[in-house]
Design a protein around this ligand. Structure first.
Ligand code: HEM
Length: 423
């Protein structure tokens, strides 16, 4: 089915359209941001037309991404909130696999489903898990020592660390880590050839991944209904919407959104943040001298890397953005990486600086009704791990060029070769 696999790498001549449509453009972050900066300046509501993809307007300014996200009455997510070629969407729809997670819901349905787990993700509740996050982080710092003086930080540390935290949240046993890794990469890594296995047919991979998820999490839910514990799986398994149990399908989508949204995203933030830190040895030293900088360093890592690249929104009535008329039913693509480098909001937006006072204006987690449910976890994971790594090592440097994943939905540094000496 090579015709389907080709859909994942659309050949797009216009570089301005390519940065949104062709996942390969994400592998050259410098070039990607040059093109985005030009759009932000000259064409911030840029209409993208390409054969096989329903047209959309790419939104690259911070203020516009913010306003559109905030107005969830005017702009809906719908069940087609993730950009993909029309044929791929039609195939998913036709097979009955149209995703139906929180980011694919609107209005009452969304509010009710979000309520099921909302308390679990509130700052105070997440703070209560700091000790567990620390313990998991420490075990991966020990792993750094075991690996000698060289490793691929992304694959050896960041990916398993962030996965382990999610498993701990769900309450699934550590021995299922490898299986969970395959499942999350099968969903979100589907645009990158490295994660595709034999992948002559990426569509079939997504479908079989969903089926594997289903088998695994149905069993988990049944167990938690029979033997409730304090974990998130228990909350989902016993969750109710409008007074009725969630049901198997809604539970499945809940597991999928938390497992996938909570894993690759954070690991890309951590690896990409460390990669950029290592290009600035003075900032590594600053963090070593003042671990209190970790909080701001995590914000800057997440601004800089913007691991979630896009979400779509659909106009519910005729409207306009920056004077560009947008008809009811038309769609806009929110570009978080572009908005996070907006010079109108961030001083020296194109410079990585863990001491910047405006890091907290990052828009990487979105805003409004769909604001990232797990942002407190992501921030804690990164600000816990970065100073621990720096503190445990006497020296640390890049041992090669960081390598970026091919991705136009969730992506970032997938290989980070580092060389280090232990204290
Ligand atoms: C650096 C890491 C992360 C980034 C950049 C990120 C980014 C995002 C973004 C952009 C959205 C959509 C926001 C919007 O439409 O306004 C989102 C939603 C979501 N995220 Fe995250 N996320 C991260 C980590 C996590 C973690 C660790 C979890 C779970 C433990 C998580 C769970 C979710 C869920 C459940 C939603 C859907 C919320 C809704 O639609 O109501 N995310 N995230």
């Amino acid at each position: 089915m090579s015709d389907i696999s080709e859909l994942f790498s659309l050949d797009v001549e216009d570089p301005r359209a390519a940065i949104f449509l062709d996942p390969r453009t994400a592998t050259d972050a410098v070039r990607w941001h040059e093109v985005a900066a030009e759009l932000r300046r000259n064409d911030p509501v840029f209409r993208v037309e390409h054969e096989g993809v329903t047209p959309f307007y790419a939104i690259t300014r911070h203020e516009d991404v913010f306003e559109i996200s905030r107005r969830s009455d005017l702009w809906h997510n719908t069940r087609h909130s993730v950009l993909m070629p029309d044929l791929q969407q039609q195939l998913l729809d036709g097979m009955g696999f149209t995703p139906h997670t929180l980011v694919h819901m609107d209005g009452h349905e969304h509010t009710e489903h979000r309520k099921v787990t909302n308390d679990w993700f509130k700052p105070a509740a997440v703070k209560g898990r700091q000790e567990a996050i620390e313990a998991i982080a420490d075990s991966y710092v020990e792993k750094l020592a075991d690996l000698g003086g060289e490793c691929d930080f992304a694959q050896d540390i960041a990916v398993p660390f962030t996965l382990h935290v999610i498993m701990d949240i769900f309450g699934v046993p550590a021995e299922d880590e490898a299986r969970m890794l395959e499942l999350t990469q099968g969903m979100f890594g589907a645009a990158d050839p490295e994660y595709m296995g034999d992948m002559s047919d990426p569509f079939a991979t997504i479908v079989s991944t969903i089926e594997d998820f289903q088998a695994y999490f149905n069993a988990l839910s049944e167990d938690r209904r029979a033997h409730p514990t304090g974990d998130l799986a228990t909350v989902i398994a016993n969750g109710q919407v409008d007074g009725c149990p969630l049901g198997e399908t809604a539970e499945l989508w809940y597991y999928i959104i938390v497992a996938t949204a909570g894993h690759d995203t954070t690991s890309y933030g951590l690896s990409g943040g460390l990669a950029e830190l290592l290009r600035h040895p003075d900032q590594v030293q600053a963090l070593r001298d003042d671990p209190g900088l970790a909080h701001n360093a995590a914000e800057e890592a997440i601004r800089w890397t913007s691991p979630v690249r896009t979400f779509l929104r659909y106009a519910q009535q005729d409207t306009e953005v920056r004077g560009v008329p947008i008809a009811e039913g038309e769609r806009v693509l929110l570009s978080y990486p572009a908005a996070n480098r907006d010079e109108d909001v961030f001083e020296r937006a194109g410079e990585f600086d863990i001491t910047r006072p405006d890091a907290d204006k990052l828009i990487s987690f979105g805003v409004g009704a769909h604001y990232c449910l797990g942002s407190q976890f992501a921030r804690r994971e990164i600000r816990t791990m970065l100073p621990k790594v720096i503190d445990a090592l006497d020296t640390i440097e890049l041992a090669g060029e960081p390598e970026f994943a091919e991705a136009n939905f969730v992506g970032g540094v997938k290989h980070l070769p580092i060389r280090y000496t232990l204290r």
